[in-house]
Design a protein around this ligand. Structure first.
Ligand code: PMP
Length: 436
């Protein structure tokens, strides 16, 4: 068989045969060859605690998920034009986790495909093209979604905001113009979104949809202020548009208190998009919508997706759902996440570098700043923290518009012991970095 390549050889082969715009994490990239639960292992057997991977949601290579895949793979894998139990059984169980009005699902192969379909569904239903989005959002790698992703189109290599898109300010009560302690924080940010809607209407146009993550991931782990989505959704619907919740990063119980992030905002979207954790690493995505939106899409043109909804993917997706339930992982995410949030918040007294700690469940961000008044972003320090923690065998990443937010989103099987280990090492890391 193939001999194992050295890191140097892999980098050379990547340079030779892969596109240079695939990046590697960390100053010294890792060669990981095995995963189990919340742990990743190098060839030498060195163990890393994975606090980055929100895709392998119930744990890397979860035995039940692996068994679901390897049970179905030798039997049958086809497209959806034959009748099969798996797709209907899975659809029924997935839909049971949503409010009653969300009663139809489409299966795709990625979060991007799910969001592209959501876009098509909303444009078809409304007969409109224009979209309202939230600043700094990322919704996927398809051409249609780069257009909806300021995280791409307004950064290096991007071509700016397209004509059919209006950007609503990010409801960030830390850095934005309205602060969290303003009792009308949510309403005020909603009004800024409504201003964008009105700007569209002044041009004689109407929205197809408003799309937002239910908690902002690439925006820097931001929990939406109370009342925000309710007010924006109301205005968008009055203007004839639909409301799309992108749950690709935050869904499936990660936030602890609820299965879905939009539930925090007491709203029911017209369309919800799912990805990443849905297949625990297997390429799977889904769009959940109302009967009315789905039926309007049935206009004579078939929706065909070669791989979407195949028996293997559906067996895997269903097993992931059952593992979340059987292992009470949503509850675990809430409990362990709160412990991390509390620990980090306590550290703010010791380390002025930590400007804000925020999140829900195991979806957490620590925003680093040089100055708590000017909020000058400590981007270099955030990168140092991540590399320092990696030397202590704990994997983290950074995100946010200024790339100064330490992002925490481990598999939801993360334990209290893992959390304590993280907090101890993070404390140590902050002490070292604060002294330097
Ligand atoms: N939406 C959000 C919020 C995401 O974070 C991502 C992936 N980072 C996507 C959509 C796109 O998903 P995928 O990479 O599976 O196409």
């Amino acid at each position: 068989g193939d001999v194992s390549r050295s890191p140097k050889s892999i980098r050379e082969e990547r340079a030779r045969h892969l596109s240079p715009n695939l990046s590697l994490s960390y100053a010294e990239p890792l060669k990981i060859v095995r995963g189990e639960g919340q742990y990743l292992y190098t060839e030498q057997g060195e163990e890393y605690l994975d606090m980055v991977n929100n895709v392998c949601h119930v744990g890397h290579c979860h035995p039940r998920v692996v068994a679901a895949a390897t049970g179905q793979m030798p039997v049958l894998n086809t497209n959806t034009r034959y009748m099969h139990d798996n797709i209907v059984n899975y659809a029924r169980e997935l839909l049971a986790t949503f409010p009653d009005s969300l009663e139809v699902c489409f299966f795709t192969n990625s979060g991007s495909e799910a969001n592209d379909l959501a876009l098509r569904l909303s444009q078809n239903y409304t007969g409109q093209k224009d979209m309202l989005i939230v600043d700094h959002a990322y919704h996927g790698n398809l051409t249609s979604l780069i257009d909806l992703s300021p995280y791409k189109f307004n950064r290096k290599g991007g071509k700016g905001c397209p004509d059919h898109v209006k950007i609503c300010p990010m409801p960030d009560g830390y850095r934005g113009s309205v602060k969290w302690d303003d009792p009308d924080c949510g309403e005020k940010y909603a009004d800024m979104a409504i201003e964008q809607l009105e700007a569209l209407q002044k041009q004689g146009r109407k929205p197809a949809a408003f799309i937002a993550e239910s908690l902002l991931g690439c925006g820097g782990q931001i929990v939406l202020p109370d009342g925000y989505l309710k007010r924006v959704y109301g205005a968008v619907r009055s203007a004839g548009g639909l409301c799309i919740a992108d749950e690709v990063q935050v869904g499936f119980g990660r936030i602890g208190s609820h299965m879905w992030g939009f539930e925090l905002q007491d709203v029911v979207p017209d369309i919800v998009t799912l990805g990443k954790p849905i297949g625990n690493g297997h390429p799977l995505g889904a769009v959940i919508t109302t009967r009315a939106v789905a039926d309007a899409f049935f206009n004579g043109m078939e929706y065909f997706n070669t791989f979407g909804g195949n028996p293997v993917s559906c067996a895997i997706g269903r097993e992931v759902l059952q593992v979340i339930r059987d292992e009470r992982l949503q509850h675990n995410a809430g409990k362990v996440g709160q412990h991390i949030l509390d620990g980090l918040t306590e550290m703010m007294d010791l380390y002025p570098l930590i400007g804000e700690v925020r999140g829900r469940g195991l979806f957490i961000g620590a925003e680093l700043v040089y100055d708590r008044d000017t909020l000058e972003p400590a981007t270099a320090e955030a990168s140092k923290v991540v590399n320092f923690m990696k030397e202590r065998n704990i994997l983290l990443s950074t995100d946010g518009p200024l790339d100064n937010v330490v992002k925490i989103k481990p598999p939801v099987c993360f334990t209290m012991e893992n959390a304590d280990q993280f907090l101890k090492e993070f404390d140590d890391c902050m002490a070292v970095i604060s002294q330097a």
